[in-house]
Design a protein. Structure first.
Length: 502
């Protein structure tokens, strides 16, 4: 007897679909239906029996905390967790700058920020104005390409790019003026949304515009918010509103410190901003002493490849933070330094290789160079992970996934069948598979789906996460769940030819 929840997913356009991954000895339509029902139910029950802890730590390679002597942290979205109202603030400031300084239509001030419009990890082609999701194999996910708020037809996307594949040179170009922009920063979500809102507004008004100019203006407005400290001042003005509780973060730092670990902070934020935030979160005026080294205004990612920028010691007397002119030849606990570079940092601390674990939220600016060039272990902080896991663990998604897995398992078995009825069922499965994929996508985000998956493969973001981070989790305090001699082991993933593994 099938459960009610399993039966709910078995009807599309009034038709019931059935399949199986078992080898069929008699490929009749009736056998196909019966075996699908059996296999689908087995998968569904198996999925229901498994749960994922949304506060867990997930690893891409072995990490033994026993061998980690040094822990490093970024500040924004790592030590400090922000509320969604920070994105609202960025959006509002940016639209006001565009109207007041760039002479955009006054109606733009009436735009409302939609935090659910976009997801992190999208790409924007500034030549076409297409905002799109790309998978780990550099293919555009059709159905997730938007110009403004309007989905771009699949055939138009293929006509523009001559295929769904984009070259690595195009995607990985980092020089100023790159055609493809990759949004990996949580702070970029208001930027993506405002760009799309303005695009749709101009399209609706029949105003001709160059998408590249529009993006340049939006980007300039957002950068002004950061450079002018509008964002920093806004957050500090009401930290209860913009910052989440930091007690668990403090507990983790104190635990590491009491266990004899070395701690350091490397952030791009200015000292005065970090100081206000850390005093608020830790309730400590001498929070600097939690760390062995504190680096502010580090200019990441330049910190990792500009090896000539020296460190400057900040003079913190009389409530100021002015850099002095004395050459920094050693780091002193309780002092604060700015700028500098990774080569000098390693030279002064002696902290090298895999005994260092550095954690940050930006896959490129925080994690790529430390692990690729200096052998540090790295941990990515992905706040969206918690909501993603909640969706994955939902019964609704598991219902759809069980059907999808059953269908895909049966395709290879049934595709050579000469039975006319079986061939008809296979065509129905193809339609059902498309609908199931769309339904699962919409459970995460109606336009772009999951941060981690496309319909057929991991996302481009996930691929980079696997390359540049040894572990990832939703917040640093999740490490409190594990003893300091704990070893994380990744799950073995079967390769396509390892059929014995399934």
């Amino acid at each position: 007897m099938l459960t009610k929840s399993w039966k709910k997913c078995q009807f599309v356009n009034g038709t019931r679909y059935l399949c199986t991954t078992n080898v069929l000895h008699s490929q009749t339509a009736n056998n196909v239906r019966l075996l699908f029902e059996k296999r689908g139910q087995e998968i569904f029950e198996d999925l229901l029996s498994k749960r994922v802890n949304k506060r867990g730590v997930f690893v891409n390679s072995d990490i033994s905390l026993r061998h980690i002597d040094v822990y490093g942290f970024d500040y924004d979205y790592t030590l400090v967790k922000y509320t969604s109202e920070v994105h609202q603030m960025i959006y509002d400031h940016a639209k006001n700058i565009l109207v007041d300084k760039f002479m955009y239509p006054a109606e733009a001030k009436n735009f409302n920020y939609d935090p659910k419009f976009a997801i992190r990890g999208l790409h924007l082609d500034v030549k076409t104005g297409y905002l799109m999701k790309i998978d780990a194999n550099n293919h555009i996910q059709l159905g997730s390409v938007y110009r403004g708020h309007t989905a771009v037809k699949d055939e138009e996307v293929i006509e523009v790019y001559r295929d769904t594949h984009l070259s690595m040179d195009l995607l990985e170009s980092t020089h100023k003026g790159s055609r493809i922009v990759f949004f990996t920063d949580l702070f970029s979500m208001p930027e993506v949304t405002l760009y799309s809102d303005l695009s749709q507004f101009l399209i609706d008004k029949g105003v001709a515009f160059d998408p590249e100019y529009l993006y340049s203006d939006v980007r300039t407005a957002v950068l002004e918010i950061h450079k002018s400290s509008l964002l920093h001042k806004g957050i500090v003005s009401d930290m209860e509103r913009y910052m989440k509780d930091g007690s668990k973060m403090l507990q983790l730092l104190q635990r590491l410190k009491s266990s004899g670990k070395n701690l350091f902070l490397i952030t791009n934020s200015p000292y005065w901003f970090v100081d206000e935030g850390m005093k608020h979160l830790t309730k400590m005026t001498d929070w600097v002493n939690l760390f062995d080294v504190v680096i502010v205004q580090a200019r990441k990612p330049n910190f990792y490849f500009d090896t000539y920028r020296p460190f400057r010691l900040l003079d913190l007397k009389n409530g100021t933070s002015v850099p002095n002119w004395v050459k920094v030849s050693e780091f002193t606990k309780g002092h604060v330094y700015q700028q500098g570079n990774i080569v000098e940092f390693v030279k002064l601390t002696g902290w090298i290789g895999s005994r260092v674990l550095y954690m940050g939220d930006h896959v490129y600016s925080d994690l790529a160079d430390p692990t690729l060039k200096h052998g540090w272990k790295t941990g990515a902080i992905i706040p969206e992970l918690e909501s993603e896991v909640e969706r994955i663990d939902s019964e609704e998604l598991k219902e759809c996934l069980s059907q999808l897995l059953a269908i895909e398992g049966l395709f290879s078995t049934c595709q050579r069948s000469s039975d006319t009825e079986v061939r008809k069922i296979m065509e129905q499965w193809k339609l059902l598979r498309r609908e199931l994929r769309m339904k699962m996508k919409e459970m995460f985000n109606p336009r772009f789906g999951s941060l981690f998956r496309t319909e057929k493969a991991p996302t481009y973001f996930t691929r980079r996460l696997g390359q540049f981070s040894h572990m990832y989790t939703s917040r640093i305090e999740n490490l409190l769940r594990y003893p300091l001699d704990y070893t994380f082991y990744p799950r073995r993933l079967a390769l396509p030819h390892e059929t014995w593994f399934y």
